[in-house]
Write a protein that binds this ligand. Structure first.
Ligand code: BES
Ligand code: ZN
Length: 613
C-alpha cells in the first residue's frame, strides 16, 4: 500500500475508503441544526482492519452501527480546526477488499462551520429563514462524519426533510409530502466526487430555466435579474466541452445565494453557488460563472489529491476559464484578465511576504488550516505556470490537445503535483518527441512549484486594452502639484469597460496615496462612488482608504455590511483598520454585524482586524 501525504484529515484513509455516502437529514430552522444519520459504504484497503476513524467537527454523535449492529464509538479531543476524530470500533475485518456499511446517527450543533442559518431578515424576501453550506476546503466534517480528504472520491445520495425547498449538489430524484407541512426531497450524485463538493441550501427558492441543461435558483425577488445576468451559461458550458471533454454531470444549475455567501462562486457539482454581487445588471461579472463551469473538469472530475496541490484545482480552472472567455470575447480579453490576475497575485505575495511558504504552489500544510493559506497565489501563479508552458512548447496547437488528454487521463481520479508533471512529460514526449521535451527542460519546475514569491518568469501580457488605463492613471499620479485639473473630464473613462475601470483603479493603488483634492475631483468627474459593479466599487474604495479619505468611510461600512464576499470584505476591513481614524470603526462595524457574516468569513475578519490571533 503506498500511502499518500494528507496532513489535513484525521481519518485512517490508508486502511479504509468510502465509496458511497447516504445522508438522511431533517432540517430544523428553529434549532438551527440538521439531524439524522449518514450511512457510509466502505471498503478495506489492507488486512485486519479494526476500526474506522472519521473526521468530524462540532457534531453531536449519538450512535454508530456496523452492518446494522450497534458498535462502540469515541470522539477524540478536538484538534483545533481539524476537528475531532470519530473512532468506530469494528469486529476485525481480515481481508483487504471487504465492503461493509457503517451508520452514524448525529446532529450538527450551533458551532457548525459548514452551514450558515439565516434569519428571515437576512434574506431578500424577509419572510422565511434560509440555510446554505460551504464545505471546501475542510468543512464537510462539520456537516457529516466522513473521510474529509479530497483523495477519497465517492458518490452520494440524500433524503432531506424540510418545510422549505431544498437544493443540493446532485440531481433531484423526487419529492414527497410527509405531513406537518414538510416535504422529503431526494437527491443522487452519480459521478464520484470529493467530500468538499457535498452542498445543500434551503429556503424560499424558485427556479427558472436558462438553458437546455440549466436552471437558475434563487429567491423570487431576484429571479428576473438572475435569469438575465446568467443567460450565457450554455455558451460557456459548450465552449468548455469543445476545449475538453463532454460535460459529465447532466445538469448545470446555478444558485444565487443571499449576500453573506463568503465566495464569488463555489463549484458544487450540478449546482454552482454564486454570490448575489454578480448581479451587476450588465453581465460584467459573469467570468465567475465561466470559472465555476471550468471546475466541472478541473477540480470536480480531476481532483487535487490533498490541499497541498490545491493549485491543480484552481490554476487549471483559471487557465480554462480564460480559454473559454478568450474563445467567446477574443484573445485581447484573455490577456486583459491575465493582467488583472497578475495584480491580484502581486498583492497576495505582498500580503504574505515574498519568502512565505504560503506563496509556494505546492505547499506544506502540516498543522496548517488550508483556509489560512487561501489567496490568489494558487490561482494566478498556477495560471502563469500553465501559460508559460503553453508558450514554451509552441502555443495552443500543441498545448490544447494536452489539456484534453490530461482530463481524459485523470477523470474521476485524484492527482498530485508530481503525477501532473510526469504526465506532462510523458504526453509531450509521446506525442511530439524529444524536441518538445527539450523545450520543457528549459523550465525550472522546481522553482515554479516549490519556490516562494512571484513567478520566475515575467509573462509580458499584451497591454492593448490596458494601455489607456495605465496612461490615465499616470496622468492622475503626476497631477499632484497641478494648480488646475482641466486636463481631466468625464470623457476620460466614458468608453471604459468595467474591467478597464478596475485596471485604472488598480494602477492607482500601486502609486503613492493620492492627495484628497484629487480624489474629490476624480469622483466629481467619473462618479465612481455610486457605481454598482462590486469589483469597481471595491477598487475605488481601496484607492480612497489608502489615502485615509474619510468621506468614503460610510460607503465602505455600507459595502462591507450589505454583502459578505471575502474577496471584498477582508481587504476593505484591513485597509479601514489601518486608515487614519479607521481602526475603531472597523472593529465596531464588525462587532455590530457579526451575525451577518458567514462563520468562516467572521473568523478570518477577526484575524484581519486584530480581534483574534
Ligand atoms: N473553489 C473556489 C472557492 C473556494 C476555494 C472556496 C477554496 C473555499 C476554499 C471557487 O471556484 C473560486 O475560486 N471562486 C472565486 C471566483 C473566481 C472567478 C476566482 C471567488 O470566490 O472569488
Ligand atoms: Zn475556483
Amino acid at each position: 500500500m503506498c500511502g499518500i501525504r494528507e496532513p489535513n484529515t484525521l481519518s485512517n484513509i490508508s486502511q479504509v475508503k468510502t465509496t458511497h455516502l447516504h445522508l438522511d437529514w431533517t432540517i430544523s430552522f428553529e434549532k438551527k441544526i440538521l439531524s439524522g444519520y449518514v450511512v457510509l459504504d466502505l471498503i478495506t484497503l489492507v488486512d485486519n482492519v479494526e476500526k474506522v476513524v472519521l473526521d468530524s467537527s462540532f457534531l453531536d454523535v449519538t450512535k454508530a452501527s456496523y452492518e446494522g449492529k450497534e458498535v462502540k464509538f469515541s470522539l477524540g479531543e478536538r484538534q483545533d480546526t481539524f476537528g475531532s476524530a470519530l473512532t468506530v470500533e469494528l469486529p476485525t475485518i481480515e481481508k483487504a477488499g471487504t465492503t461493509f456499511k457503517l451508520r452514524v446517527d448525529y446532529s450538527t450543533t450551533d458551532k457548525c462551520t459548514a452551514i450558515q442559518f439565516l434569519k428571515p431578515s437576512q434574506t431578500e424576501g424577509k419572510q422565511n429563514p434560509y440555510l446554505f453550506s460551504q464545505c471546501e476546503p475542510i468543512h464537510a466534517r462539520a456537516l457529516s462524519p466522513c473521510q474529509d480528504s479530497p483523495s477519497i472520491k465517492l458518490t452520494y445520495s440524500a433524503v432531506v426533510t424540510s418545510p422549505l425547498q431544498v437544493v443540493m449538489s446532485a440531481l433531484h430524484t423526487g419529492v414527497k409530502e410527509v405531513g406537518n407541512g414538510l416535504k422529503a426531497y431526494s437527491f443522487e450524485q452519480r459521478t464520484t466526487i470529493p467530500s468538499y463538493l457535498i452542498a445543500i441550501a434551503a429556503g424560499n427558492l424558485v427556479g427558472r430555466e436558462i438553458g437546455p441543461r440549466s436552471t437558475v435558483w434563487c429567491e423570487p425577488e431576484v429571479i428576473d435579474s438572475a435569469a438575465w445576468e446568467f443567460a450565457d451559461t450554455e455558451k460557456f458550458i459548450s465552449t468548455g466541452e469543445q476545449l475538453l471533454t463532454p460535460y459529465e454531470w447532466g445538469r448545470y444549475d446555478l444558485l444565487v445565494l443571499p449576500p453573506s455567501f463568503p465566495y464569488g462562486g463555489m463549484e458544487n457539482p450540478c449546482l454552482t453557488f454564486v454570490t448575489p454581487t454578480l448581479l451587476a445588471g450588465d453581465k460584467s461579472a459573469v467570468d465567475v460563472v465561466a470559472h465555476e463551469i471550468a471546475h466541472s473538469w478541473m477540480g470536480n472530475l480531476v481532483t487535487t489529491e490533498s490541499w497541498e496541490h490545491f493549485w491543480l484545482n484552481e490554476g487549471w480552472t483559471v487557465f480554462i476559464e480564460r480559454k473559454i472567455t478568450g474563445r467567446i470575447h477574443g484573445e485581447a480579453e484573455r490577456q486583459f484578465s491575465s493582467i488583472i490576475g497578475w495584480k491580484a497575485l502581486k498583492e497576495s505575495v505582498e500580503l504574505f511576504g515574498a519568502d512565505s511558504p504560503a506563496t509556494r504552489l505546492n505547499t506544506d500544510l502540516t498543522g496548517i488550516d488550508p483556509d489560512d493559506y487561501f489567496s490568489s497565489i494558487p490561482y494566478e501563479k498556477g495560471f502563469n505556470l500553465l501559460y508559460h508552458i503553453e508558450k514554451v512548447v509552441g502555443g495552443p496547437k500543441i498545448f490544447e490537445p494536452y489539456m484534453k488528454a490530461y482530463v481524459e487521463n485523470f477523470a474521476s481520479k485524484t492527482v498530485n503535483t508530481e503525477q501532473w508533471k510526469t504526465f506532462l512529460y510523458d504526453y509531450m514526449g509521446k506525442t511530439y518527441g524529444q524536441e518538445v521535451v527539450d523545450k520543457l527542460n528549459t523550465i525550472d519546475f522546481e522553482l515554479w512549484l516549490r519556490g516562494t514569491g512571484m513567478p520566475p518568469v515575467d509573462p509580458q501580457f499584451d497591454t492593448t486594452l490596458a494601455d489607456a488605463c495605465y496612461e490615465l492613471a499616470h496622468k492622475w499620479d503626476t497631477a499632484r502639484e497641478d494648480k488646475d485639473l482641466k486636463q481631466f473630464s468625464a470623457k476620460d473613462i466614458e468608453n471604459f469597460t468595467a474591467a478597464q475601470k478596475i485596471v485604472f483603479l488598480e494602477r492607482l493603488t500601486d502609486a503613492e496615496p493620492l492627495p484628497h483634492h484629487l480624489i474629490t475631483k476624480m469622483d466629481e468627474l467619473y462618479h465612481l462612488t455610486p457605481i454598482r459593479n462590486s469589483d469597481v466599487r471595491f477598487r475605488w474604495q481601496q484607492v480612497c482608504l489608502q489615502t485615509s479619505f474619510e468621506p468614503i468611510y460610510p460607503e465602505v461600512v455600507k459595502f462591507v455590511t450589505e454583502q459578505g464576499r471575502m474577496k471584498f470584505v477582508r481587504p476593505l476591513y484591513r485597509l479601514l483598520y489601518k486608515a487614519k481614524n479607521g481602526a475603531q470603526l472597523a472593529k465596531d462595524t464588525y462587532l455590530e454585524h457579526r451575525d451577518f457574516y458567514h462563520p468562516i468569513a467572521g473568523q478570518l475578519i477577526e484575524k484581519d482586524i486584530g480581534l483574534k490571533q
